[in-house]
Design a binder for this molecule. Structure first.
Ligand code: ARG
Length: 576
């Protein structure tokens, strides 16, 4: 049920019938204030300009053509020519009633697209750190949302699994294996990487061997490939545990690391040269882009092959965009990468477009995000000033949640407390990230995210259990609710109307990759439910019809909350 789309169609038809040119848009949006109705059409002013008539006069004509049937109880013209639409509570009641038992809460079938989502993308032989949280969590919410709507989602974990550092990593792994400490050393990837680097910097023989291994690895030497595989597998097995803890849907099958595009790179460089896009410059191969200027105002050069023959991060991203269209059949390609890589992507994509690797209809979208900051407003660090490992962060989240839950529910069995601590702790960290507009930085604050009040995971998880408990106390099964849903109280109407907007919200998140819009909606919904629950008795009433109707509203709220939280990758429990 997408009311905005439904009303848009109807008002647009009326606008055309009123004489407006077909490229006019009625701009139907949810109203900002209740006094302006539930929806408003803001497009009369610009359409009237094209027709050279007064906006209010056009609005009058549109109203004469507008056939909303029983959808609206009132339509009025306001201000300079806005059209305010008030939904008819009887229509809202009937629609809400249908949603309760409809599959997927009644969301309409979409024209399915193939959507590649590039997210998480940690680096091999390094542990995931807090910097990977946003990409992983927001990207996964986008994947879940698009899948829920019926699209074909291809998760692409663009792991950093290639590059010259693998020479030193292989040389060090070999050394460790000779000393029979190979796997043990790999248990602490951070330490492993640092030690390898240290040997590389300090031991000449080791450095020579490392450089030798880079060349061999690039040449496809079986021994080097086997050692490389081991590094990749061990890293990704550790990361997989983090994904599971995070309730993130990525699997090992979604790994499409940089190495995957390796074989394509020589052809890409040759092709870009043949097309006259790439030129030799100081021995390197470079694409000069007029639309990206350096400080001196000259076209910026993107190096795609170094003097020594090596390829770069940009070359790989050119190949990977091509692959995602040609091989994976993408209609849309979404990248969840932090905003500092924006220029890199814009350059790579300029080249992709100029080379004609992707038709215009296939979109490349950088869904960028800002940084996580500490309370001091600087990038979030450990107390000692180091990068925060993601695994440590999650441990702390669960620990803190456990303490809170223990205080609140001392009588809850230990096992249940522990399970709940996972759901609440992990949910809190994820939700804190998801609920902020992704383009800006945000401050990481334990107390805020674990609060049971405000726009937090614990608040919503708790709201869900409260509604579930109403249902339990009613001792009724869903299919025993046979009487119709009716709306008479203001609070019932407000709640039901908001419930009908679930699909609209999903559509926005799917289009813009902005899960905070879903978070805001669910928070709003929980607040409306609270108001309704306080003022409209559900169980302590004799009127069976009213009782069932209100139970239905509670049921639809619970289902919508659960389903919405599910698109965010936030778990719910039945009791807390
Ligand atoms: N591995 C990179 C990093 O940690 C992110 C890769 C993002 N994806 C891409 N297609 N460039 O910064």
């Amino acid at each position: 049920m997408n009311i905005q789309a439904l009303l848009s169609d109807k008002v647009n038809q009326a606008l055309i019938a009123a004489g407006a040119p077909s490229d006019c848009n009625a701009q139907v949006r949810p109203s900002a204030k209740a006094q302006f109705g539930d929806y408003q059409a803001n497009g009369m002013m610009s359409a009237a300009k094209k027709l050279a008539i007064a906006p209010r006069q056009l609005a009058e004509k549109v109203l004469q053509q507008l056939a909303l049937g029983d959808i609206a109880s009132k339509v009025e013209i306001a201000g300079p020519g806005f059209i305010n639409i008030f939904l008819n509570p009887e229509w809202v009641a009937a629609k809400a009633d249908q949603l309760i038992s409809a599959p997927k809460l009644g969301i309409a079938a979409v024209q399915p697209q193939t959507i590649v989502i590039d997210y998480s993308a940690p680096n091999v032989a390094k542990e995931m750190h807090v910097g990977h949280l946003r990409s992983t969590v927001i990207g996964d919410a986008a994947a879940r949302t698009l899948e829920f709507l019926g699209h074909k989602v291809i998760r692409a974990n663009h792991v950093g699994d290639w590059g010259t550092q693998f020479g030193m990593l292989i040389a060090y792994l070999e050394k460790m294996q000779n000393e029979q400490a190979g796997d043990m050393a790999l248990a602490d990837l951070e330490q492993f990487y640092r030690a390898a680097k240290q040997h590389y910097d300090q031991d000449d023989a080791f450095a020579v061997q490392a450089r030798n291994y880079v060349v061999k690895l690039q040449g496809g030497d079986p021994y080097c490939l086997q050692m490389w595989r081991k590094l990749v597998d061990i890293t990704m097995a550790q990361n997989q545990l983090t994904y599971q803890r995070l309730n993130v849907t990525l699997t090992q099958n979604d790994v499409m690391g940089e190495s995957l595009y390796n074989a394509m790179l020589p052809d890409i460089v040759a092709d870009l040269k043949a097309k006259g896009l790439a030129v030799e410059s100081d021995g390197a191969t470079v694409v000069f882009l007029d639309e990206h200027k350096n400080k001196e105002g000259e076209p910026m050069g993107v190096i795609i092959q170094k003097k020594d023959g090596g390829y770069l991060y940009a070359t790989t991203d050119i190949a990977c965009a091509k692959y995602r269209f040609e091989t994976l059949g993408a209609d849309r390609i979404l990248y969840y990468i932090d905003s500092r890589q924006h220029q890199h992507l814009m350059q790579a994509w300029s080249i992709v477009r100029k080379a004609g690797y992707l038709p215009e209809r296939v979109t490349l979208e950088h869904h960028m995000f800002g940084m996580i900051l500490g309370k001091d407003g600087k990038p979030f660090k450990t107390r000692a000033g180091g990068t925060v490992k993601l695994a440590d962060l999650l441990d702390e989240a669960v620990e803190r949640a456990h303490r809170l839950i223990g205080e609140k529910n001392p009588d809850m069995p230990a096992e249940e407390q522990a399970k709940l601590a996972q759901v609440v702790g992990i949910g809190a960290v994820k939700y804190a990230d998801l609920s902020k507009s992704r383009t800006t930085d945000y401050v990481f604050d334990w107390d805020n995210m674990l609060a049971f009040e405000g726009n937090t995971a614990p608040y919503l998880q708790y709201a869900y259990t409260r509604i579930a408990s109403v249902f339990k106390r009613a001792e009724l099964d869903e299919n025993q609710l046979t009487l119709p849903l009716t709306l008479s109280e203001e609070r019932e109407i407000a709640l039901a109307t908001r419930l009908l907007q679930f699909e609209e919200v999903l559509t926005v998140v799917a289009r813009d990759g902005t899960p905070h819009v879903m978070c805001g909606y669910l928070y709003d919904l929980a607040g409306l439910f609270s108001g309704f629950y306080e003022h409209c008795p559900i169980l302590n009433i004799d009127d069976a019809q009213l009782r069932q109707s209100r139970l239905k509203l509670a049921l639809l709220t619970a289902k919508t909350l659960k389903s919405g939280l599910d698109t965010l990758g936030i778990e719910t429990v039945e009791r807390m």
